[in-house]
Design a binder for this molecule. Sequence first.
Ligand SMILES: NC(=O)c1ccc[n+]([C@@H]2O[C@H](COP(=O)([O-])OP(=O)(O)OC[C@H]3O[C@@H](n4cnc5c(N)ncnc54)[C@H](OP(=O)(O)O)[C@@H]3O)[C@@H](O)[C@H]2O)c1
Length: 308
Amino acid sequence: MRALLVDRSAPGGLRLGQAPDPAPAPNQALVRVTATSLNYGEVRHIIEESPDGSVLGWDAAGVVERAAADGSGPAEGTPVVTLAPDGAWAELRAVDTHRIGTVPQGADPGAISTVPVAGASALRALHRMGPILGKRVLVTGATGGTGRYAVQLARMGGAHVTASTGNPAAHGDGLRALGAHEVVSDPAESATVDGVVDLVGGGQLVAAHDRLAEGGTLVAVGHLTGEGENFPFGALFGAPERHDRTIATFFLLRCTGLAPDLTWLAERIATGDLDPQVSWRGAWDRAPEAIEALLGRTLHGKAVLEIG
Ligand SMILES: NC(=O)c1ccc[n+]([C@@H]2O[C@H](COP(=O)([O-])OP(=O)(O)OC[C@H]3O[C@@H](n4cnc5c(N)ncnc54)[C@H](OP(=O)(O)O)[C@@H]3O)[C@@H](O)[C@H]2O)c1
């Protein structure tokens, strides 16, 4: 099969080449991939950390070529959306069936391919807060792939949404169109909130935690700045009326129960209830171009590669 292979001498660290077809385990379906979306974590860290010749990629949409031998998961010919630690940037991938969602017939695979990491992480982060109907939610790094899903899903869940971006002049209108009630340039400017989806980390996490009300939860999803989190003395016990606050973390690739989330998100995209915010789309041999834009912060939203 053809695949994007790690090659440090190539632009973006990837080149299109040949790799052996994957051999699915009994609990894995073989999927013919038609589209993949790129995520900050994999292009910033995983390419760098993987040996030359590796086939990487977390998100893929496609069609089941061969159902899992153990009878689990969708049947041959089913359009699917998939998540795995590697193998998405290839014509074929083998995926554990508990990480496969089904997709309505006729849905755009490019749009659907944005669901696994960005959509499912945003959904999982909001679930960690408990019910958000009538609550206030702050999203930091809101212009990114995950942030744009978090803003839409928080609004859909009935929250009052504050979005934080480094550039409100450029992105404020777009974030309000997605459902944000307010847009701020720093979490410190936010009113008190009941929940935070933090995609940035470092000083922004510390500032966002300071905005949490009693009983609130900050879900630390992203760590874009590469900075540590230095809390001033008192920040974690705070005033007596704000003792009960939670900081939660998760790593999506270690989460269970993903298939229903992937299916639900794919349905919302197919119906138009969610906008995947695809801001770059092209053939997979243009991957280096998309990676440069993503890492250079000139691409806000999702980058989609069409496979094959
Ligand atoms: N825990 C998990 O399982 C999990 C799952 C998904 C994502 N993540 C993490 O969440 C973070 C966001 O992922 P993503 O895919 O949404 O990223 P993305 O699409 O690249 O978006 C990141 C956004 O954050 C803002 N930002 C602020 N400070 C930044 C900085 N120093 N460097 C780069 N961007 C900065 C940028 O917006 P402005 O330019 O408008 O400020 C950018 O639009 C990443 O750290 C990723 O690894 C973790």
